[in-house]
Design a protein around this ligand. Sequence first.
Ligand code: DX5
Ligand code: ZN
Length: 218
Amino acid sequence: MIKLAPSILAADFNVLGKQIKTVEEAGVPYLHIDVMDGNFVPNISFGIPVISSIREKSNLIFDVHLMVNEPERLLEDFKKAGADIITVHAEACTHLHNTIHKIKKLGLKAGVSLNPATGLNVLDYIINDIDMVLIMSVNPGFGGQAFIPSSLDKIRDLKEKAQKAGANIDIEVDGGITPDNVADVLEAGANVIVSGTSIFEGDIAANINRYYEVFRKF
Ligand code: DX5
Ligand code: ZN
């Protein structure tokens, strides 16, 4: 089942609640929430108070992408704020195995994200412990960047790796995805599509429909 995860990083924060309602009414299952600490990535986005506030008004599955160093310090706080899925970066965790198990113990789904230059080998001994892998198809930190083409090979390799390991994981891809290149991403094996700019710029409902037109072919 293919899932669309609009990234609110690209939303108009002046009318954030209204825009979340629009994506919810368009029938998307996930809301992708990018938390940046200005340390792991060279940008600061928003954090716990914003998530708590939008949680009161939305029933979407909150897919929280933590671009922060040593996120294990903050897992409980993000759970309390309303996260359903917490994804941490392999590069940001000294004790990745421990961090994943802490997320699972909180009763949440656990994802591991990999920067474009990080190999899949970091997943070797944890792939059966996690629910999702998030392949970054841009260098994290900013919306509106161009999709890195080598991500497609990485998605294919990950799909094969998961099959070999008998791991039933979601493969999420994040960065530079548009209705024009999403077919390539799906063909490579992804099933969760993050999209910021190409959903929130212009007519949100129409943009989502353009994605759904492509999804119908898969
Ligand atoms: C980048 C974020 C992405 C970003 C995607 O660091 O993780 O989720 O918002 O935005 P677009 O779709 O504009 O590349
Ligand atoms: Zn993200």
